[in-house]
Design a protein around this ligand. Structure first.
Ligand SMILES: [Zn+2]
Length: 353
């Protein structure tokens, strides 16, 4: 038997469940591994077929452990020798390598996905908040003029509202802008024919407000309804909702571009593209906040604080199902929402009508 023995490596042998260790040699005969203590002739101290031993994975220079079925252990720093022998046994063939690599690869993929998720969940919102605070007015003006320009090119046309109707709306709007946090100079009301966008109103981050002819028509003669909607839009501006929304879209696109490896002008496009703005809807919280501000401003200015709620009722009735390009898609209205508006109006102590 001694003549066929292959000496694999020198190391130390630990008996099962003992911290005692002795210098020993790992040998093999065929696919049978065994350990002989140095300078001690006689039977090997551990013997097992290769399939019954457990060989630790190679991790840098950490000593390899070969655990026998009886829990005795052979430890060696000669990793290379162990690998060379294993390779000869076909244990480190490509299949085995793949098997071993797989958990690590899976862990890597999970880690990358988690990281992207964490960036999306935490880093983007945090950066958005910082960006909102540090954004100078010149930048919001640049975003707004870019957005309005692209909307003018793509969907809007000149308002067909008669001048006296526009003036009437401007006067009512001035009432609520006056009692707003940023004051009347912070806002700039624009009239447009909505085209594909239909009845809509929106606010750009710099205080540029747009109301479409279709929305004015939809309100019928109810001026408070229009004013309520504009007060709601002031709410979005006061709380920087649209700026946050734009940054969030730019941040997400930036993340995608970062992964795709192409940071082009797409970020700029998103910040100044009206279509992008229109496709974004505010969060439920942002909508509720804007609703409450509408109620407050309308009440302060002596207008009907519940007008915004009536407006949602009206727009739902009229537009019903075909809501995709309407005010409803960017401002989802529900019965629940109208009730919240009513309740808030009651709470701040204005009866309304
Ligand atoms: Zn809104």
């Amino acid at each position: 038997m001694a003549s066929d023995d292959t000496r694999i490596a020198r190391g130390r042998w630990h008996p099962a469940g003992s911290s005692r260790s002795e210098p020993a040699t790992l040998l093999a005969q065929g696919k049978t591994l065994f350990v002989r203590l140095e300078n001690q002739p006689g039977d090997p101290v551990s013997v097992n077929d290769l399939t019954r031993v457990e060989i630790s994975t190679r991790v840098g220079r950490i000593p390899r452990r070969i655990t026998f079925a009886d829990a005795s252990l052979f430890e060696t720093e000669d990793n290379d020798a162990v690998d060379v022998w294993l390779k000869r046994q076909g244990r480190t063939g490509i299949v085995h390598e793949l098997e071993r690599f797989h958990p690590r690869l899976a862990a890597m993929v999970v880690a990358v996905v988690l990281l992207a998720g964490l960036i999306y969940r935490f880093a983007v919102p945090a950066l958005v908040e910082i960006a909102v605070v540090v954004t100078p007015p010149a930048v919001t003006q640049w975003m707004a003029s870019g957005t309005l320009l692209s909307l003018d090119k793509a969907v809007f046309s000149e308002s067909q509202l008669p001048k006296d109707k526009q003036d009437e709306i401007r006067t009512a709007f001035a009432d609520i802008a006056r009692v707003s946090q940023r004051g009347p100079d912070a806002y700039n009301l624009n009239f447009r024919a909505g085209g594909a966008i239909g009845p809509n109103a929106f606010a750009l981050p710099d205080g540029t407000l747009v109301i479409t002819d279709e929305l004015v028509e939809l309100a019928g003669g109810d001026l408070d309804m229009i004013t309520g909607v504009l007060a709601h839009e002031i709410g979005h501006v006061e709380r920087d909702h649209s700026l946050r929304q734009l940054y969030r879209a730019a941040g997400t696109a930036g993340l995608i571009m970062l992964i795709a490896g192409d940071v082009g002008s797409a970020g700029e496009d998103i910040l100044t593209n009206g279509a992008a703005l229109m496709s974004l809807s505010y969060s439920r919280d942002a909508e509720s906040e804007a609703d409450r501000i509408s109620v407050e401003l309308m009440s302060k200015a002596g207008h009907d604080p519940r007008a915004i709620g009536r407006f949602f009722e009206k727009i739902e009735e009229k537009l019903g199902m075909k809501g995709d390009s309407s005010f409803l898609s960017t401002h989802p209205g529900t019965a629940e929402r109208r009730k919240a508006i009513d309740d808030y109006a009651t709470r701040i102590g204005t009866g309304g009508t």
